[in-house]
Design a binder for this molecule. Structure first.
Ligand code: GDP
Ligand code: MN
Length: 390
């Protein structure tokens, strides 16, 4: 799960990490009221969307006097921001963060991420912080430092000193940095985060460290024990079909292809997407209906697939292990009668009672094809629904 910058900064502050004073605003009037409250020489107006790269897209503006706050808030609220992280359709700004401006001495990059390869928490940092970190990583990988923290040992001050020296921090702020990174590590593990990114971490002209931007991502499997983090969820920022799927315990991720896939088991779902690609098509989604799929889940899954206007064909690929194929066949028959299926459908069933399931489908009178193997099914659905993007 992703959260907004203003929420991430609330968490940082709770763990004693310095952030600029500021609050969230939903309207222009609120933005002005907060700016008056802050009474800072410079006020920063920041778009709150679940995507980075806002600065370059015009979503972060500095008001040099207080009367500039109103026009800036008016300009950014409701604007569609297109950044490298939003996709070409962009994201509509529905919230702002109004903050006091900070006098920047230097912008650093600092992040913590779960690193699977080393089974540790990686600290990634660079002296070249600010808006171009992806470019730094691509063109000057030597300017990026990585320090790995073994979670069984935890954060030690030497980790912090190593990063501080690599960043070339002035001697006077090394101790503050060592403490800051320790707090960040404590927050990361205590909150089951999977990514915390501070870009930029600023050294102010008066030698203070401040987190000027913050992005956080949490492990969904740990959310059950973090009510406060769950409360940060913003459904405005999520894909509506993914919200609907999560309400029915379906693992659904929308993609940009045209073949709707309904599969049971994450491994088979991944394999199905590969095979659809191999057959020349492109999957419209990842969808795992789970090991215990019922008629109801199948019905709901069809509804979600058909609600995606890009879907030009549906491929159902089910292996009956725990679930029995004749039940799935019954679910498909019911669902296709209820949900108007306007695109070709290919079904491959294998495993427990597959023969019975296939017979039911073949004699249902429905407009569908039964495939005997996954490969045959993928080739048929691609042939029936046409290649290429939507
Ligand atoms: P992002 O573009 O989505 O990553 O948004 P950021 O929050 O990182 O803001 C982009 C840039 O705006 C930062 O790298 C800073 O250069 C600038 N910026 C943000 N807040 C301030 C501030 O308080 N003072 C100054 N001088 N610049 C700021
Ligand atoms: Mn940033």
């Amino acid at each position: 799960m992703n959260i907004h910058e203003f929420q991430a900064k609330q968490l940082l502050a709770r763990y004693t990490i310095p952030v600029p004073r500021g609050r969230r605003a939903d309207t222009v009037a609120e933005a002005v009221a907060i700016a008056n409250e802050l009474a800072a020489p410079i006020t920063v107006v920041k778009a709150q969307i679940h995507a980075g790269g806002r600065g370059k897209a015009g979503g972060v503006k500095l008001a040099k006097s207080r009367d500039q706050v109103e026009p800036l808030a008016r300009e950014i609220l409701g604007k569609t921001l297109v950044t490298p992280q939003t996709g070409p359709q962009g994201k509509v700004v529905k919230k702002l963060l109004i903050e006091e401006g900070v006098s920047i001495g230097h912008e650093f990059y600092l992040s913590l991420v779960v690193d699977r390869a080393s089974a540790s928490i990686a600290v990634i940092a660079s002296r070249e912080g600010g808006m171009e970190i992806e470019e730094v990583a691509a063109t000057h990988p030597d300017k990026i430092v990585k320090v790995f923290i073994d979670p069984t040992v935890g954060y030690q001050p030497f980790h912090g000193r190593r990063v501080a020296f690599a960043l070339g921090l002035p001697k006077d702020v090394v101790n503050a940095f060592v403490k800051l990174l320790g707090s960040l590590y404590t927050m990361f593990t205590a909150q089951d985060a999977s990514l915390v990114e501070i870009n930029p971490l600023v050294l102010t002209t008066d030698q203070r460290l401040i987190a000027l931007d913050a992005k956080m991502n949490f492990d969904d499997n740990g959310l059950f024990r973090h009510e406060d983090v769950r409360a940060f969820r913003d459904l405005d920022e999520e894909e509506p079909l993914e919200i609907r799927a999560s309400e029915h315990n379906l693992n659904y991720v929308k993609l940009d292809g045209t073949i709707g896939c309904m599969v049971n088991g994450a491994g088979l779902a991944m394999a199905t997407m590969d095979v659809v690609k191999l057959a020349g098509g492109s999957p419209a989604n990842f969808l795992d209906v789970g090991g215990g799929a019922t008629k109801e889940t199948v019905k709901e899954a069809f509804g979600i697939l058909m609600a995606d206007p890009n879907v030009r064909g549906v491929f159902v690929n089910i292996f009956g292990g725990i679930v029995r194929c004749e039940r799935i066949a019954g679910g498909i028959i019911d669902a296709t009668r209820e949900v108007h299926l306007s695109v070709p459908l290919v079904v491959r069933l294998d495993g427990t009672n597959a023969e019975e399931g296939k017979k039911m489908l073949a004699s249902s009178g429905l407009n569908l094809e039964v495939a005997n193997t996954m490969w045959e099914g993928a080739q048929r659905i691609v042939a029936l629904s046409g290649k290429g993007p939507a």
